[in-house]
Write a protein that binds this ligand. Sequence first.
Ligand code: NAD
Length: 425
Amino acid sequence: MSNTDLLRPKAEHSKFWQNAHHYFDSVYQTMNLNPIWREMLSSPKRVLTVSCPVRMDDGRIQVFTGYRAQHNNARGPFKGGIRYDVGVNRDEIMALAMLQTWKNALVELPFGGAKGGVVCDPRALSMGEKERLTRRYTSEILPIIGPVHDIPAPDAGTDGQVMSWVLDTYSMMVGHQELGVVTGKPVNLGGSVGREEATGRGVMNVLRAFLATQNKTLDGARIAIQGFGNVGFHAARLLEERGALIIAVSERKSGVYNEHGVDVDHLGLYYRERGDMNDYPHGESISNEELITCNCDILIPAAMESTITEELAPQIKAHTMVEAANGPTTPEADDILRDKGITVLPDILANAGGVTVSYFEWVQGLQNFFWNAKQVQDELQKVMEGAFKAVNAKADEADCDYRTAAYTIAIGRVTEACQMKGLFP
Ligand code: NAD
């Protein structure tokens, strides 16, 4: 059985891996491209599963499973985040790696797509346990990462501290500091200013560019955001700064609704201190389902995949949905939203700000020459607005939705790179 047979989606594969294929296959079929590249792009080039034994604080040894999937590197080194979550599994990581290939191509970064993850609950680990797990996971995937091979970054459940341990572990193993091996590092350790907020800022840039095509602005727009971690919080903060009302916000188990708009910084502090939003005094409690279907103008899923389902989609009242999370919408829900006339700004466009500033960070690290906040913000805005403009033009030209337009551009670029390189040997 070939590698492709093993990894192409089958009934036993998770729905998310099948969904990633659904979007890829349905666009590829319409593009009149050579079928051999479709076959090749349907499975990751490489998936590594690693076992990470870690000494816990109570003396026990716990074995964690981790993955690194490298989907395609025709356009440059693999690049993609590392996720720590109890729900991590091999199919999810393969799907996220594939999405990353399209995203990097859409915003014209010289990278292929990858993703990594460890099955764990990061909130249940002490700092020491998290550090030992990160160092062990890094050393297990070390043979396939590196500044010109595969460059990890933060994703759900990981942050600048985790990236610092990745940097240090890799640097200790190769015998010198290697800034280019990982992005999302703290600024003091060779990170880029503006990386932490970059995904949220990119969401804001793309949404603003879209609203401009409708002669609208963010001023007074009523926005609901699912997920209040790195992406959700910074998107909320930057949208609020531009006059939007953040009327509802949720996290895994709790949420807040305030029709006059929540104070994002105040709620952010409350959430970070307590770990949930229960009993927040300046709003009513709201469930995740209520948030998704609440009466708002713009809905921003910024949590995890497959939260916008066919059960909830018919009740969505927003006129626009911005996919800040990766893969939040199932194909069935996507069809319903299209039929309802709801505009969806797809993940591979809307949340590409994070990897874009990661690219800036990688370039700065390789050159040891660092930019200021204004340079980062201006360059990011150029990239995001340029990508939106290209997607908008393709959607007009082909009379299709934004997801189809974005996939058409991205798949076209990746396939062209594969074709020009040809097959080795
Ligand atoms: P995070 O861990 O910082 O925050 C995740 C948030 O979502 C938390 O508030 C959590 O409570 C909430 N959440 C988790 N599961 C939920 C559920 N089922 N329902 C409602 N809320 C839930 O993660 P993040 O870095 O903000 O990433 C969020 C999403 O954005 C992920 O899909 C990630 O892949 C994507 N993304 C992240 C980046 C980045 O730079 N961090 C870049 C691009 C895309």
